[in-house]
Design a protein around this ligand. Structure first.
Ligand code: NAG
Ligand code: NAG
Ligand code: NAG
Ligand code: NAG
Ligand code: NAG
Length: 324
């Protein structure tokens, strides 16, 4: 008996030292949760009055707790150091983490939401910082992220590590908003390794003087072949239908023969959420993209900017375009 106790003592001691350098530097002892799974038994040990919690939270098919019980447990938690995994559940969102503002992980992975068949959105509506690899996949009813405040992918420590983002295999209706994408592309240490295939629809709007245009053409609606052959004389009117003076455009912009006179519509364009194709034109110069900084295409295996059969073209200047 004594021997058993000693072994147990040794193991728990060892575990603490091993797993918790990261925790002990960041949390009060009474705010550290050491259980492996969250269920109706272990939740009693959850430090639900702490605003900063250190824990590896695992919620899965064995979690016999309602969304209300989870909401109650997490209601004061604003900062979480550790990991968070929510998988194989029937919860409809992650709204039970609505107090959470900052999440930081020590190593790779860390923020994983997968195989939650009833989840329609993430719903972590106050999450601002997530210094963890973000993996959201195989949630078949998820149609939106809905993490409107998420904008910081850095650590409180100055140590720089790239954070990877995977968003895949969600509902066929899932779309990413241009507001979300704007934040993602401007976050230097976020690497978007897998992204959904479409942007959400919207109607053109102004926001503090910035004109965001929705150009209702996708690669699919244009039904372009993978090789953009010279057009057969049938004009798509894609470019003619594009609004002028847009600061951002969401959609596929196609410039064809006959559109040459109108190219200065794009003079103000800074961000294109989509693709730019210039084919079979008489253009001699591409000098109308002087403000273009980013082309954020979601079309897999397609170039974001494509020029073909512009036989007079001898000058291309896109001076502000940033790679990555
Ligand atoms: C989710 O719902 C399905 C179907 O009702 C059920 O079989 C499964 O056990 C539920 N899973 C959990 C984790 O409650
Ligand atoms: C990002 O969040 C961390 C942790 O809260 C904070 O220390 C850092 O200052 C934030 N960075 C920016 C750019 O807001
Ligand atoms: C920040 O990073 C340094 C170097 O990795 C480490 O020594 C230090 O403990 C970290 N600080 C915190 C608060 O984690
Ligand atoms: C946008 O609208 C088009 C046409 O109505 C529709 O086919 C498409 O699925 C919509 N996209 C999204 C992401 O809702
Ligand atoms: C896009 O075009 C389709 C068909 O041309 C139309 O049904 C749909 O309402 C348009 N969507 C928007 C957001 O304008």
């Amino acid at each position: 008996m004594l021997e058993n106790k000693l072994i147990f003592f040794f193991i728990s001691c060892f575990f603490k030292i091993d797993a918790s350098e990261f925790f002990s530097k960041r949390c009060e002892n009474n705010c550290i949760f050491t259980e492996e799974f969250l269920n109706s038994k272990t939740i009693k040990a959850f430090p639900s009055s702490c605003s900063t919690v250190c824990a590896d939270i695992k919620i899965d098919q064995n979690t016999d707790l309602s969304e209300e019980q989870l909401t109650e447990a997490f209601k004061t938690m604003k900062v979480l150091y550790g990991t968070l995994q929510v998988s194989n559940t029937n919860y409809t969102s992650g709204k039970f983490f609505k107090s959470l503002e900052v999440m930081e992980c020590e190593g790779i992975g860390g923020f994983t939401w997968s195989h939650n068949g009833e989840m329609t959105e993430m719903g972590l509506s106050n999450l601002i910082t997530c210094f963890c690899d973000i993996e959201i996949y195989s949630n078949s009813k998820m149609i939106r992220l809905n993490m409107p405040k998420l904008k910081n992918f850095s650590s409180s420590n100055s140590t720089i590590r790239q954070v990877e983002m995977i968003i895949s295999n969600l509902s066929p209706e899932f779309c990413i908003t241009i507001q979300e994408m704007q934040v993602f592309i401007s976050s230097k240490n976020l690497y978007m390794s897998r992204m959904p295939d479409k942007y959400c629809n919207f109607t053109t709007y102004f926001d503090s003087g910035v004109k965001h245009c929705f150009h209702n053409y996708t690669f699919k609606t244009l039904s372009l072949p993978s090789e953009y052959t010279p057009s057969n004389g049938l004009k798509t009117n894609n470019f003619k239908n594009l609004e002028s003076d847009c600061d951002t455009i969401c959609g596929v912009v196609l410039i064809e023969g006959g559109d040459e006179e109108m190219v200065h519509k794009l003079d103000k364009l800074q961000i294109l959420y989509g693709m730019l194709l210039i084919r079979v034109t008489e253009l001699t110069a591409v000098d109308f993209l002087s403000n273009l900084e980013y082309v954020a295409s979601l079309e897999a295996d397609q170039p974001a900017v494509y020029l073909k059969s512009n036989k007079n073209l001898n000058h291309i200047a896109i001076p502000r375009l940033k790679s990555n």
